[in-house]
Design a protein around this ligand. Sequence first.
Ligand code: SF4
Ligand code: SF4
Length: 445
Amino acid sequence: MTTAVTTRGGKTYHDDLAIVREELDKCMKCGNCMAVCPVYGADRVETSVTRSKIAVAEAVLDGNLDLDDPQVVAMLFNCLVCKSCMTSCPTKVNFDRIMLALRAALVRKNGMPWLKRLIFSTLKHPKLFDASMRVGAALQGVAFKTGKEGRMISPRAPFAKLGSPIGLDGDRQMPPLHVVPLRERVDEVIKVEGATMRVAFFTGDSLNYFYPQTGQDLIEVLAENKIEVHIPKAQNCCGVPVLVHGDIDTVRQLARSNIDTFEATGCAYLITGCGSCGGAWQHDYPELLAADPVYGPKAVYWAERTYDISTFLTRVVTLRQPKGRIERTVTYHDSCHLKKSMKVAAEPREILRSIPGLTFKEMAAPDACCGSGGSYVLSHYETASTIGRKKAEDIDRTQADTVSTGCPACMMQLLDNVHRAGGGQKVTHFISLLAESYRLEKKGD
Ligand code: SF4
Ligand code: SF4
């Protein structure tokens, strides 16, 4: 499942930019990546395209460009690390490795900007991070007002003006932070009568703090399928937000800590409901820890036992067919990390199609990036919105009343963009529709 990663002298490409030379050499500058790069599609600037970034990496390695030249830095961060370019590359350039190696090299050279360092350092201390998220949740009403269905609608007037450069303007819709996160709402072990197996659920921070109901839906679905669920409270952030900013020490620390935590559950499978978290366990951890004699093999062990909830329900166990009718027209957006990293695309659609009453409609280019890219949507709001607008138009053309996906970060970006486009579609995780069908069945509907 994982791709072999080169190690040299106890280092991986995260520690030594020269290790990605073999990836750079694979690029023949054909430009196939232009057609699929969402950033190039939005700004039509050659420096946004994969091959230009590869040329820059070559120039840096050859000593012809400074990595910390402001134009080089701007190019490096004008990328969603969405892997779209890798799907159309004839020579199979692992561009994500090149981008991550460049950003890590930049941090080694110049250190981390103070604000990022401050934010990322809290991730190393789960209790401190949890406390700061809860304080943020308790105080968010000062700057944000609550809209329909409990969503936060836009910053209040004085904050909207300040926040508009990063998209936090008066029209922004975002999910609220929850004062009681998912892992506080549920027991650490959910026992199920007649359980046939035990799995461990890696919630990730987005489900934990922004979408706890989605996490509860996932647990409920597993229980409906006679599966005991372990939700370790000690689990940390998956580390992807710090990995893409080049903070390799922090992401390695998070990876080792998460491995220890899940090893202690004694479960045979690890389940995720987020493409980025699942991609971290399946690919990033084995690559980051490839030169670690203790945690390297453990990372590979867990990579082979990590499943997105949809794959687990349809490929590992036999999904209990839902019977509750949901009379809705639903389309599906492929999250980049879920499809391009975890290779999950057919399974969520199978689940949606299994729900009685639900009409499934495919949108054009369902696997085109939505423009989220984690923090990219904040640092490059205009480009992210141009990409998101196109996605909202594709959703609207299906005439679906609901857009589903398998990634909480995509849910946030879709929520903002369908709202701004005026489509009014409900945005949900596909697992919530399955949970709803099971619940309706119990009620006898
Ligand atoms: S498609 Fe691949 S080989 Fe062609 S320019 Fe892009 S990265 Fe290079
Ligand atoms: S990872 Fe995505 S945004 Fe970055 S160059 Fe490739 S296609 Fe473009």
